[in-house]
Each structure stands twice: as structure tokens, then as C-alpha cells.
Ligand binder design. Structure first.
Ligand code: UDP
Length: 374
């Protein structure tokens, strides 16, 4: 006989929590989803301003090579086929991203892959000699090995230090390996075979994922833990791990992002969804123009106004939303200590970007949640 009202209490309604809620419902079990924000969906939630869907917490372009994940998402919403091709603005000069033949052509005037390779080989020779066969230990070494000094200094160094608030020599190498380096004229930012944004928006995706759950918004789990835990047999916790343990071992570090949203009475501001500002003298990291996320920019023609978001990166402080885990050595060791405490909590499953302290893309979060036995 069941004595608790729900099988699962899910703390956090972002992609990990919402995917879990859907699976719990599909398995014929019950769940209560709570979130301390007043909207569901975590950082994929979208606001709407004058008919334009705004990525309120930064650009979210879905991409995956996992057909199970793609089929799952596509069974709930229609994906619009959007391909992300950001530009980088360095002191007014525009470059294509990710690093590809368009970038190399703009940088050095070369037209062939052989010419680009020759220049990059020359520029990386010094770094390779310094490494003496060892793996790059930090983001700077990794970037110099991948693309050489010109690209590093124009498109990576200042942008990265602005985004992460630390020298590239103190950041992990894996961060820059997220970006493809291609010796072809292909501006697709991702290598994944499936890409797009829900035509109906992310809020619809989340609503569909939560269709079988009871949802309570504006509820802070950590201030009422004992009472909320008593509502279900099992807990799925998707918030920050250090916060769940009262920061007892110290604070994990995160970067947070602040947005200034602006509406302009012009149909098109920057002719692209994402433009990164890679120099240190510009205080924001990128400008997002949301109408360009629609299918082939259909809204660019249809609407006389446009909505922009200027993205500023700062260090996380208590009371702010944590966005990016800072996976350096100090935090990795501290996280491992918290993870040890978490493993002792037999009834609680910890998952998602915050609880696992991983720089996860959306698909990886869903992939993980799809693998959990219910
Ligand atoms: N990056 C860069 N220059 C750019 C864009 C990205 O140096 O113009 C680096 C930067 O260190 C960043 C990393 O590549 O943290 C990953 O970028 P991505 O676009 O994946 O970041 P996200 O969209 O998750 O903020």
C-alpha cells in the first residue's frame, strides 16, 4: 500500500527534470515537479515580446547526433531546421565561426586549405615544441595547438577571458574543443547531424514533457526540504549540489550571465542570430537577435521591429542564477567531495548541468535522463 502521495518529487523543471517527469508519467507512475522560479523550463524558458520568441536565458540551439534523443524531442515538437552560424566581431571586422575556410580567408586572404594549414602549422610549431609531446594542459595551449596564434588572439583569448573571468592559462582545455575547426567552407557551428529549434518554442516542449505531472512553481525546495521530501518515495534533484548540502564544504564556482533586452523599431539589426564580440574593450560577449532563430528568418520580413539581447558574463554570487560550471581543478576536487555526500543519499537522484556540475549541452542532459531506470 502506498503511503506517500507521489512516486517522485522532481526538484527543478529544466530539461533534466522535465524529461524525468515525462518518463515517470509514461511508466504509469506519479510525480510532483517543483521549481523556485515562477516559470517552468529552467534556462530554456522563453519570453515573448511583440510576437518574437526571446531566448531569455541565452541562445538555445538544439543539436545532437543521438537519434534516440532527436526522436524523443521530435515526438513532442516540430524542429525548424535552424543551423547556427555565428559571426565574430573583432574591432569592427567580421569573421565567420566556427573556425573554417571563411575565417582563414578573412584572416590571411588564403583560398585553399593547404595555404591555411601551412600558416596554422607555422604558428603552432612553437607551442608544439614547448609541449614536448605532452597534452595541452589549459585552454591557451589547446587553442594555440588547434588554430595558431592569430586566431587565438583575435577570436579566442579576449572573448574567453571576458566570458570566464579568468586567464586562458587557468581554464580547462576541453572548453575550446567544443568548437569545430574545419578546412572547408562550412559555417555550421555544430558537427551534429540533427539540429534545430522547436517551431512552437521551448515552452511548448516543456509543457508537453510535464503533461502528466503536477507542477508547483515558486516553491523553494531547500527552505522546506523535510516537508517536500515527505510527499514522495524518491527525489530527483537538479539544482546546485553545493547548495543542497548547505555549502558545507565551501562554494563551487559558476559563471552567470546577465542580459539586457532591447526592442528596436527596425526590421533587422545585425542580419544574423548571434554575433560574438571577441575584443576585451566591448563589455558584452555577444548580441542575440531573436527573430533570426525562426525558419530562414521568416520573421525578418514579416515584422517591422526586432528584439536584441546583449549578454554580459559575471562571476556567480549567492542569490544569482548559476549558468556555467567552472570545471577547473579546484572545483573538480570540491565537486567530487560533494558527489561523495550525494552518493550516500540513497533515495535521491542528482542530475543535470547544475547537480552534475558539467558543461552539458541540452541533448546530453536529455540523453542522461532517458537512461535512468524508472
Ligand atoms: N569561444 C571563443 N570565441 C568565440 C566563441 C567561443 O573563444 O567567438 C570559446 C569560449 O572559450 C567559449 C567556448 O569557446 O567558452 C565554447 O563556446 P560555445 O559557443 O560552445 O559557448 P556557449 O554557447 O555554451 O556559451
Amino acid at each position: 500500500m502506498k503511503n506517500k502521495p507521489y512516486d517522485y518529487l522532481i526538484v527543478g523543471s529544466g530539461l533534466f527534470g522535465a524529461t524525468m517527469a515525462y518518463r515517470v508519467w509514461q511508466a504509469g507512475k506519479t510525480c510532483l515537479v517543483i521549481d523556485r522560479r515562477t516559470h517552468a523550463g529552467g534556462n530554456v524558458w522563453q519570453d515573448h515580446k511583440q510576437g518574437i520568441a526571446v531566448h531569455t536565458y541565452g541562445p538555445h540551439i538544439f543539436h545532437t547526433s543521438n537519434s534516440r534523443v532527436w526522436q524523443f524531442v521530435s515526438s513532442l515538437v516540430t524542429m525548424n531546421g535552424f543551423i547556427n552560424s555565428p559571426l565574430a566581431n573583432y574591432h569592427g571586422k567580421l569573421f565567420h565561426l566556427p573556425f573554417n575556410m571563411h575565417t582563414f580567408r578573412r584572416m590571411w586572404g588564403v583560398n585553399t586549405a593547404d595555404e591555411a594549414r601551412t600558416i596554422i602549422e607555422q604558428q603552432r610549431a612553437h607551442t608544439l615544441a614547448m609541449l614536448h609531446g605532452r597534452e595541452p594542459q589549459n585552454l591557451e595551449e589547446q587553442a594555440l595547438c588547434l588554430v595558431g596564434r592569430d586566431i587565438y588572439e583575435t577570436l579566442i583569448k579576449e572573448y574567453t577571458e571576458k566570458q570566464w573571468g579568468r586567464p586562458c592559462t587557468e581554464l580547462p582545455a576541453f572548453i575550446i574543443r567544443r568548437l569545430p575547426v574545419r578546412y572547408t567552407f562550412d559555417n555550421n557551428y555544430f558537427n551534429d547531424i540533427y539540429q534545430g529549434i522547436p517551431v512552437e518554442g521551448y515552452n511548448t516542449l516543456i509543457q508537453k514533457m510535464l503533461q502528466g505531472a503536477d507542477v508547483r512553481l515558486g516553491v523553494d525546495y531547500l527552505t522546506d526540504k523535510a516537508q517536500l521530501d515527505a510527499l514522495a518515495d524518491k527525489v530527483v534533484y537538479t539544482g546546485s549540489l553545493d547548495e543542497d548540502f548547505g555549502f558545507s564544504l565551501g562554494h563551487l564556482q559558476y559563471r552567470t550571465v546577465r542580459f539586457e533586452h532591447k526592442t528596436l523599431d527596425i526590421p533587422d539589426f545585425q542580419h544574423n542570430a548571434v554575433v560574438n564580440y571577441t575584443s576585451a574593450d566591448v563589455p558584452y560577449t555577444r548580441i542575440i537577435e531573436h527573430k533570426h532563430f525562426t525558419h530562414f528568418g521568416e520573421q525578418v520580413r514579416a515584422l517591422p521591429h526586432t528584439v536584441l539581447s546583449y549578454e554580459y558574463s559575471t562571476e556567480w554570487q549567492p542569490g544569482m542564477e548559476p549558468f556555467y560550471p567552472l570545471n577547473n581543478r579546484r572545483n573538480t576536487l570540491l565537486y567530487e567531495q560533494y558527489a561523495q555526500l550525494a552518493r550516500n543519499e540513497k533515495n535521491v537522484l542528482f542530475g543535470g548541468r547544475l547537480a552534475e556540475y558539467k558543461y552539458y549541452d541540452m541533448d546530453k542532459v536529455i540523453e542522461k535522463a532517458l537512461q535512468i531506470p524508472i
